[in-house]
Structures are given as structure tokens and as C-alpha cells.
Design a protein around this ligand. Structure first.
Ligand code: 5GP
Ligand code: ZN
Length: 138
């Protein structure tokens, strides 16, 4: 279902024009207006889900299959050397539009873009504690 005041719902459903590079019944894929690199695209489900947390399983699965298909298109048509698939959930994680989307960011040798994090440090005890929290039966 579409959400009336959601910009990506309106784009995905064709109410607001966009540079669409792919469309089917469930998804529209558009060029990002502020691309990190040449060909930066966004996979938008046509049904509203604000983030991964409320995305139906079926849509989640189909989105990754579509990302895989478009990965080849971006490589073959744009000659990129690599691809980042990025997906932000929540403001703390950098999400600015609260409608689930996958970023496809083609990468070019020496494009100078940094999507990496600085590796941190954790003690054996800290790692054990996190592992325990994430695996203990509740
Ligand atoms: P987020 O930060 O939520 O993961 O990513 C939102 C992305 O949507 C940004 O990369 C931003 O440039 C892009 N964006 C925001 N509004 C529009 C729009 O109206 N049209 C298009 N094509 N991209 C948009
Ligand atoms: Zn929406």
C-alpha cells in the first residue's frame, strides 16, 4: 500500500516523474538525484515500508534478486569496476527518506569515494558479551 505523504511512494508509483531505469509490478528503480558516483540508483518498492524492520519477507527477497540483476546492467553499460549495495535504516544510520530503498552505487577505480568505516577495537570479553546477548534464548 502507498502512503500519501511519502515522496518515494509518489515517485515509485509514477505520480512524480523520475529517471526510471527499470520498472515492474513491485518496484521502480530510479537514478539518485544527488549521485555518489555515475549511475547511483535506488531500488524502490511500490508498496510503502518505512525501513527493513517492516519490509515484507517477499519484498526483501525480491529486492536483492533485482539488485543482482541490475548489478550486471550497471557493470555492462557503465563499465564500473565494482558496486556497493547500501541500505540505511533510521536517522542514526543515515536514512533520510523513510521509505525502504536499496542504493546501488557503481564504483570506479580511484573514484575517491569513501563508504568504509574505520575498523574499531573490541576486547575478547566484549565480543563474548555481544555474542551472548545475540544468541541466548529468550
Ligand atoms: P537515504 O539517506 O535515505 O538512504 O537515501 C536517500 C537518497 O535519496 C539520497 O541519496 C538522495 O540523494 C535521494 N533522493 C532524495 N530525494 C530524492 C528525489 O526526490 N528524487 C531522487 N531521484 N532521489 C532523491
Ligand atoms: Zn513510501
Amino acid at each position: 500500500m502507498k502512503k500519501e505523504d511519502c515522496i518515494f511512494c509518489r515517485i515509485a508509483n509514477g505520480e512524480i516523474p523520475s529517471r526510471t531505469i527499470y520498472e515492474d509490478q513491485k518496484f521502480r528503480v530510479i537514478l539518485d538525484l544527488n549521485p555518489a558516483t555515475k549511475g547511483h540508483s535506488l531500488i524502490l518498492p511500490k508498496d510503502h515500508a518505512s525501513s527493513l524492520y517492516d519490509l515484507p519477507d517477499e519484498t526483501a527477497a525480491a529486492a536483492l534478486v533485482l539488485a543482482k540483476k541490475l548489478a550486471s546492467v550497471l557493470r555492462d553499460r557503465l563499465g564500473c569496476d565494482g558496486l556497493n549495495v547500501v541500505q540505511n535504516n533510521g536517522e542514526a544510520a543515515g536514512q533520510t527518506v523513510p521509505h525502504f530503498h536499496l542504493h546501488l552505487i557503481p564504483r570506479y577505480e580511484n573514484d575517491g569515494k569513501i563508504l568504509e568505516w574505520t575498523p574499531g577495537k573490541a576486547t575478547e570479553e566484549e565480543l563474548d558479551e555481544i555474542k551472548e546477548k545475540l544468541t541466548k534464548q529468550v
